[in-house]
Design a protein around this ligand. Structure first.
Ligand code: WTA
Length: 657
């Protein structure tokens, strides 16, 4: 790892605190006795990991053509899973449940932010997806075409994704919090033919627009989009481009509800999802059908101990992130589960909204992020105490390391001191859970993601790629290919090899630091590269730096992730201004808004500090470690390798002044 990086594995104060943690929570006898996954599963998976995944794929999915080879790794690191198999993702999520007599089971309970609600049974959702598939085909969409999805958390988002999958079109969901510019670059990279959006949504009790960003994104000529389908959600007026724009309620509602799902190859692309990496340009992570669905369905069932007939499952993630793909759109429906989908913010109209929903829908499995848990902790436990949360039996966490305090609060206040906490480590790239407890087997420890998922080979290695002994930290790697692994970066196979497979021989480099404790359990320590994690959202320091220097007032910029009590990390930017901008009193606001426009509101720095110089090594690398010290209010550490030793002095005195 280079000196210039901010985070070193196994050195932080947080780690020291974690290592003091020795509480353990075994599943209750009753929970263990009724659990979906039984002890022995690890041994079974270890004995033959390919056979294990082949069995899951056959048990959990319906194949039109069975596969003839479980894994083809001959062209590593490009994997093929379930070779020769064919299936349809939408058929697996929908039609087959109806054929199996589950048509009347609720698939989605939807609750809008203003309090409107609707629900879809499996039969109804199947019909909607068939209509949407017909509508999209009538607009010229065909197998292999790309579709940009820019929608809020409404059922049409899931319907759109499944309609694409049904046809074999590849969806690329762009989070609604991204700007028009970010949307355009993703549309261009994937050469999307269709965009599905809505007039807008509701945010904190007010209408919030989306369509104007699509219009702005498509303003400059030279794009690939021929149609925009618009869901009417908040009823706000929108500009209309005749010939390009269509209302969902016209084109989809009038379409036929007959649509035959054609089988696709197991390796047919299912979706692209852009995520931040260590360079300025987001990577289009590519996932394919069979392997992704098999591991998604397995982990959803095993990690959450899903009993589809009785559970009500709620994942609070937005479909703009991978968690919303795997654990909202695909896995729950493949498994025939009943799930809740909520459009809005957790504090509208009051801070008990989530718990009111848990009570109303009798949610039994909840899956959310540590940042949300910490926010709720701040609001106070008297708020959830007002609601009946007794339906809850499993609680999941994802997106960033969960600190033991938040873990304990989640278990005690939300889980009634009995629901197991499953902390799940995974990434956009891994497609599905990779490290997670099995709630009926694992004795859990507050703050640890615990154990590799059965059939997944995770390890921690040192600089040289040697496995570290228990009690030591290093880099998190994956030693064997796994079914839901990314199949590459859209349009850039070299970058895929370089980013994930060049750091260590024959191992996938995740970019996270981790430690194995004395029992061999895993503790995640955050990123070791230039990726930040703000409220569980991945942001690239380089991408934000590029956005800042694209402003005419900025000469140079360096961005660091500073630890933040609620959001995990927060964006702090150091900028050197060009001569004429120095006197502008509004410059910080201007630059924050500029980042919002270039990337999206989520990337706006919490703080922008104007400095005369940046600390650089002799080779010209910015030493973010030192800037991080300042951002976190510490005395800056060792600066002996700086090209100019006085720089830190200059920075601190300029900030004081
Ligand atoms: C971090 C989100 C600790 C990690 C599913 C990873 C976690 C990045 C955890 C991926 C966890 C995710 N404990 N860290 N349980 N889950 N991360 O692609 O740094 O948005 O590399 O996928 O989030 O973020 P992504």
């Amino acid at each position: 790892m280079s000196e210039a990086n901010g985070t070193q594995p196994a050195t932080s104060d947080a780690l020291e605190n974690l290592l003091q943690e020795n509480r353990k929570f075994a599943p209750s006898e009753e929970f263990a006795a009724n659990a979906v996954v039984k002890p022995g599963i690890y041994e079974e998976a270890d004995a033959d990991h390919e056979a294990f995944w082949a069995k899951q794929a056959r048990e959990l999915l319906s194949w039109n053509e069975d596969f003839t080879q479980t894994l083809d790794w001959s062209d590593a690191p490009f994997a093929k899973w379930f070779v020769g198999g064919t299936l349809n993702a939408a058929y697996n999520a929908l039609d087959r449940h109806v054929e199996n007599g589950l048509g009347d089971r609720v698939a989605i309970y939807f609750e809008g932010e203003p309090g409107d609600s609707r629900s879809y049974t499996y039969a109804q959702l199947t019909e909607e997806v068939k209509k949407a598939a017909n509508a999209f085909e009538s607009l010229g969409l065909a197998k292999g075409d790309r579709v940009a999805v820019y929608l809020p958390m409404i059922p049409e988002a899931v319907i759109t994704m499944l309609a694409c999958a049904r046809i074999g079109a590849i969806h690329s969901v762009v989070f609604g919090g991204f700007s028009a510019d970010a949307l355009r670059s993703r549309i261009d990279d994937a050469e999307a033919k269709l965009v599905v959006t809505s007039d807008g949504t509701y945010r904190r009790g007010k209408p919030s627009p989306l369509k104007p960003a699509v219009d702005a994104a498509l303003e400059a000529k030279g794009h690939s989009v021929s149609s925009v389908v618009v869901v009417k959600r908040n009823g706000e007026p929108v500009d209309w481009h005749e010939g390009r724009d269509r209302w969902w309620h016209e084109v989809v509602e009038s379409a036929s509800a007959d649509h035959t799902p054609v089988p696709h190859d197991a390796e047919h692309p299912l979706f692209i999802l852009y995520t931040s990496g260590t360079t300025g340009k987001p990577k289009g992570i590519l996932h394919t059908t069979g392997g992704f669905l098999a591991q998604s369905a397995f982990t959803h069932k095993a990690t959450f101990d899903l009993h589809a007939e009785t559970d009500v499952y709620w994942c609070t993630a937005d479909i703009g992130w991978v968690t919303g793909h795997t654990y909202v759109t695909y896995a729950p429906l493949i498994n025939g589960a009943t799930q809740l989908m909520y459009e809005g913010t957790p504090d509208t109209p009051h801070q008990g909204r989530w718990w009111e929903l848990v009570e109303k829908y009798k949610v039994s499995i909840m899956y959310t992020a540590p940042t949300a848990i910490r926010t709720m902790m701040k609001w106070g436990e008297d708020i959830p105490a007002k609601f009946d949360l007794s339906s809850i039996r499993v609680l999941g966490s994802v997106g960033e390391p969960i600190n033991p305090e938040a873990w304990m609060w989640y278990r005690r206040v939300i889980g009634g001191d009995k629901a197991p906490i499953v902390d799940t480590w995974w990434q956009t790239e891994t497609g599905a859970h990779m490290i997670a407890p099995m709630p009926g087997i694992t004795e859990t420890k507050p703050g640890s993601a615990q154990t590799p998922v059965p059939g997944i080979a995770v390890d921690v290695v040192d600089e040289m790629g040697q496995s570290v002994p228990n009690g030591h930290g290093g880099y998190l790697v994956i030693r064997k290919p796994w079914p839901a692994m990314l199949r590459g970066i859209w349009g850039d196979p070299e970058r895929y090899k370089e980013t994930y497979w060049s750091r260590f021989d024959n191992m996938y480099f995740a970019g996270d630091g981790a430690k194995k404790d004395d029992d061999g359990d895993f503790w995640l320590l955050g990123r070791v590269d230039d990726v930040m994690n703000v409220s569980g959202h991945r942001l690239s320091t380089t991408e934000i730096e590029s956005a800042l220097v694209s402003h005419p007032s900025v000469a140079e910029a360096a961005v660091v992730g500073a630890s933040d009590e609620t959001t995990g990390e927060a964006v702090v930017a150091f900028v050197i201004l060009r001569g004429n901008a120095v006197e502008d009193p509004e410059i910080v606001t201007t630059l924050r808004n500029h980042v919002g426009k270039e990337i999206g509101p989520i990337a706006k720095p919490r703080q922008i500090l104007v400095v005369p110089e940046l600390p650089k090594t002799r080779s010209g690398k910015i030493m973010r470690r030192l800037l991080k010290d300042i951002a976190e209010g510490r005395e800056a550490g060792d600066s002996s390798t700086l090209a100019d030793n006085t720089v830190m002095q200059q920075i601190t005195s300029s900030l004081k002044g």
